[in-house]
Design a protein around this ligand. Structure first.
Ligand code: OFO
Length: 171
């Protein structure tokens, strides 16, 4: 059984994960319009992954006998200054997500809900990976943004990303 406090924190996080999904889908659309199909693909996969982050929480609440209540998803931005701006905002956003996950972890520890502590560990590891990846691409992009052949190569690299369903990863 989940406490009401944890249930609310997770329901809010489900909403935040769906918001993240919309943010990345919006970025994917903008990147496609900039003729960067590989970058657009990367963000599209990012969107799908965020969707499964929400669904992984959804399944967990159900499994623990809690109740998922879906909330409206707030509007996401639709314009960016450059691909560098997109990745800077991705990194900034992932840092916010990390702090949100840490807050839920603090509540779970306060409530001695060790099942949730254990479950959240997956998200903590995922955030380490997501921040590192976004920072890595941001740094690369800053080096090559004015070089068409560098941008072409990076677009090709990002175009190779494939979807991994988070509800199946270590679930
Ligand atoms: Fe990109 O983060 Fe979800 O959790």
């Amino acid at each position: 059984m989940l406490s009401k406090k944890i249930e609310k924190a997770i329901n809010d996080q489900i909403n935040a994960e769906f918001w993240s999904a919309h943010l990345y889908l919006s970025m994917s659309a903008w990147l496609s319009e900039q003729n960067l199909p590989g970058f657009s693909n990367w963000m599209y996969i990012q969107y799908k992954e965020e969707d499964t982050h929400a669904l992984k929480f959804f399944r967990y609440v159900n499994e623990r006998g809690g109740r998922v209540t879906l909330q409206p998803i707030a509007e996401v931005p639709s314009e960016w200054k450059s691909a560098v701006d997109v990745f800077q905002q991705t990194l900034d956003h992932e840092r916010v997500v990390t702090s949100r996950i840490y807050k839920i972890m603090e509540i779970a520890l306060e409530e001695k809900d060790y099942g949730t502590v254990n479950f959240l560990q997956w998200y903590i590891n995922e955030q380490v990976e997501e921040e590192a990846t976004a920072e890595d691409y941001l740094n690369k992009l800053k080096m090559i943004e004015k070089d068409p052949s560098g941008m072409y190569a990076m677009d090709k690299e990002l175009g190779a990303r494939v979807f991994v369903d988070a509800t199946l990863k270590g679930a």
